[in-house]
Design a protein around this ligand. Structure first.
Ligand SMILES: O=C(O)CCC(=O)C(=O)O
Length: 258
């Protein structure tokens, strides 16, 4: 994996020591604005096209997975298996800084678990504080790591993601510790940042969507990684298309485990 990651541009210094320390301490890290306005526009247009063409079937790959506990959510649009739906989506799971963050949390033996779109629709989007793993883990024994690509400016008003910094180190699940996981947590922060930003978070850090009080969808893509010995949320071998295999690098193929 070391060679594969090197080929994908991931090196020891891809994240600074300060960035690594922040991620260790807080369980998330904002990597800055990575997508240009042209990339954003093209990505948003393609996602809109997919929502229209897939219609009722949008996100069906999630319903098919035994490893997604809540595949449907009222008031949220979902798309799944983005790996196979446009070359412009490749960046979401191959960007060296995202991979460097994931490697920092999980070690080098990683693979993509799923690449999905979630948009909180106006008036909806509140989720329980949760970890993306079914059980508590000891600090350092992390199984999964997520990244969120902001396709709109995120603000407290439009359903930005909330996180409770440091909770990845508590060895506790929110539902076992909180009276009401929907309630505002006194220590939560809101991920407010401009469109085009990517943030990575240790998926054991308690987090969740908040209510979108605006009149437009709040759109994001999640590229979600797991340890190589864990099952993928979306079985990439089952869905991989010949045209995707023909396009992507050897490194990307190994990341997908196909
Ligand atoms: O999109 C977000 O703000 C968070 C989504 C999330 O954590 C989830 O769907 O599990």
């Amino acid at each position: 994996m070391n060679q594969v990651l090197n080929q994908l541009g991931v090196h020891e210094d891809t994240l600074t020591p300060q960035e690594k320390a922040f991620l260790d301490e807080h369980g998330y890290l904002i990597l800055g604005q990575v997508l240009t306005s042209q990339q954003l526009e093209a990505i948003r247009n393609r996602l809109q096209e997919l929502l229209e063409t897939e219609g009722e079937k949008a996100g069906a790959e999630l319903l098919d997975s035994k490893y997604i506990r809540h595949p449907k959510e009222e008031g949220a649009d979902r798309l799944a298996d983005l790996v196979n739906k446009d070359p412009r989506f490749d960046i979401f799971y191959t960007h060296p800084r995202v991979l460097a963050g994931v490697v920092h949390v999980l070690g080098q033996e990683i693979k993509l678990s799923s690449l999905n779109y979630r948009a909180a629709l106006p008036g909806y989007g509140l989720q329980k504080l949760h970890a993306d793993w079914h059980e508590a883990v000891a600090p350092g024994d992390y199984k999964v790591c997520n990244s969120i690509w902001l396709l709109d400016d995120f603000s407290a008003a439009n359903g930005a993601t909330r996180m409770v910094p440091g909770t990845h180190k508590q060895g506790l699940l929110p539902q076992d510790d909180l009276k009401d996981p929907f309630a505002t947590h006194p220590d939560e922060i809101i991920l407010e940042a401009p469109a085009g930003t990517v943030a990575i978070f240790n998926s054991h850090t308690w987090h969740g969507g908040t209510i979108n009080h605006s009149d437009k969808p709040r759109r994001a893509v999640h590229s979600y990684f797991c340890q190589r010995d864990q099952p993928q949320q979306v079985d990439q071998k089952r869905y991989i298309r010949a045209e995707t295999l023909g396009r992507i690098s050897e490194g990307a193929r190994i990341l997908l485990d196909v």
